[in-house]
Design a protein around this ligand. Structure first.
Ligand code: BGP
Length: 458
């Protein structure tokens, strides 16, 4: 058993392409579904983001000063293949990620790279419905192969798809629509299935090309607790956890669709497009580590009303209950760090000794600069509590190898843009028109700097 954070523990931080890069239309990049969503409000505007695309030297310098040992970011598929399936890759897109990866490596920061983070190219959505069509498997595979071959000499940690279950539950996130509710669910689940197959093929490819590398999914994992001790609430809370989190882990590590998922499909009258050879594909390509996005625990109870939140599926008939005993953020998250230790134990029980990277973990706030500073005391408390419990989990015997809080710098939150900030570094967007995107390390940046420097000894 390990007593503490190992000496080679990867202290990192996390972002994703459309949330930081900006330059949505520049240097040959094609539009993505995230770019389309973003046109709704200036604070969600991916054409600016936080302009990471034009600030990578400065941003990597800030990472180095912080002492980061890893940086988890995503590659935008549409920067490499603008329509998702072009004949040739876009050289300028390749040059951008090449430069970023080289800068990281020069600064001894391990790149942890997500291949797909909520940003399906619009080209393949228009052409054939994107992930709702089997064709997406080969186009994603070709994109992943291109990227693995280009950067696999320097990147040792790969994440295939970020929060797949969320995408499956909200097909619109992939630009999938249908006026018929049942058809929409059907399409959502088929995309889910195609994503499983696509990833299995990429796992197998990566093991072949780079046997030493690690590749796995980035799974959304919020531990659920039932509102009370009734079996009905406990069962619902467990089955939501299975369907939202463990499904992505089970398929990636066991190479088959779990029985609870098959039962769900049957009950919902959904038939997957299963073809000969699919079973083999899943069996032949398994992940060799897990990325976990963990923010907080959640409490659920069966709802009296029929008020489905996401479609009519897994998350129907439940109400999320706020636990007032915890520190709650303005949004959905509460502060419950022991929940992280509990979550890690559960994952380790299910897949003993699997290497785990915490790919996201963070605290959101509305924030403003005060004389060039941001006193983000709640975020410091959040980080401190989670790092403490992470150490406890490591002592329990859980094989956590890296911690990457969300987010390195302020970025566009999925629904709330710049109103909801998570960064260790503040990005000023007041003078948006002039792109006044100056970076200011927050108090949490300096707190985390000490944690890294001492390997969390103090
Ligand atoms: C995860 C996503 C991230 C990030 C985070 C915070 O689901 O992987 O991209 O956005 O959640 O969520 P939000 O932006 O909605 O606050």
């Amino acid at each position: 058993l390990k007593e503490d954070f190992p000496q080679d523990f990867l202290w990192g931080a996390s972002t994703s392409a459309f949330q930081v890069e900006g330059a949505a239309n520049e240097d040959g990049k094609g539009l993505t579904v995230a770019d389309l969503r973003s046109q709704k409000s200036k604070y969600l505007d991916t054409s600016v983001g936080v302009d990471h695309y034009h600030h990578i030297e400065e941003d990597v310098a800030l990472m180095a000063k912080l002492g980061l040992k890893s940086y988890r970011f995503s590659i935008s598929w549409a920067r490499i293949f603008p329509n998702g399936n072009d004949q040739e890759p876009n050289q300028k897109g390749i040059a951008f990620y090449n430069k970023l990866i080289n800068l990281l490596v020069e600064n001894k920061i391990e790149p942890i790279v997500t291949l797909f983070h909520f940003d399906c190219p619009v080209g393949i959505i228009k052409e054939y419905g994107g992930w709702s069509n089997r064709q997406a498997i080969s186009d994603y595979y070709r994109y992943a192969k291109t990227v693995l071959e280009l950067f696999g000499d320097r990147v040792k940690y790969w994440l295939t798809i970020n929060e797949q279950s969320l995408i499956a539950n909200v097909p619109a996130m992939n630009g999938i629509t249908d006026s018929d509710k049942h058809q929409l669910r059907q399409k959502g689940e088929n995309s889910n299935y195609y994503m499983f197959l696509a990833q299995a093929k990429v796992y197998a490819l990566c093991h072949k090309l780079y046997p030493e590398s690690k590749i796995g999914p980035a799974v959304s994992y919020m531990t659920n607790f039932p509102y009370d001790h009734t079996s009905a609430n406990a069962l619902k809370s467990k089955s939501m956890e299975d369907m939202i989190s463990f499904i992505d882990m089970d398929v990636a590590l066991r190479g088959e669709l779990p029985s609870y998922y098959k039962r769900y499909l049957l009950d919902s009258n959904i038939e997957l497009d299963v073809q000969d050879g699919d079973e083999q594909i899943l069996q032949n390509g398994k992940a060799n580590f897990l990325g976990l996005n963990w923010y907080s625990t959640s409490v659920f109870k069966l709802s009296q009303e029929q008020s489905p939140k996401m479609l009519d599926g897994v998350i129907s008939n439940v109400e999320k209950v706020r636990d007032d005993r915890l520190m709650n953020s303005e949004w959905d998250f509460s502060y419950d760090p022991v929940g992280l230790r509990f979550a890690l134990q559960k994952v380790n029980d299910r897949y003993p000794n699997i290497p785990i990277i915490i790919t996201e973990c963070g605290w959101p706030e509305r924030e403003e600069l005060e004389e060039g500073k941001v006193h983000d005391t709640k975020r410091i408390k959040y980080l401190n509590g989670h790092i403490y419990e992470l150490r406890e989990a490591i002592k329990d015997g859980v094989n956590v190898i890296s911690f990457n809080p969300w987010s390195f710098l302020d970025l566009l939150s999925v629904n709330d843009g710049m109103d909801k900030r998570y960064g260790l570094v503040f990005v000023n967007r007041d003078n948006y028109a002039e792109k006044d995107l100056v970076r200011y390390p927050k108090d949490s940046y300096y707190f985390y700097q000490k944690v890294i420097a001492t390997n969390a000894q103090n």
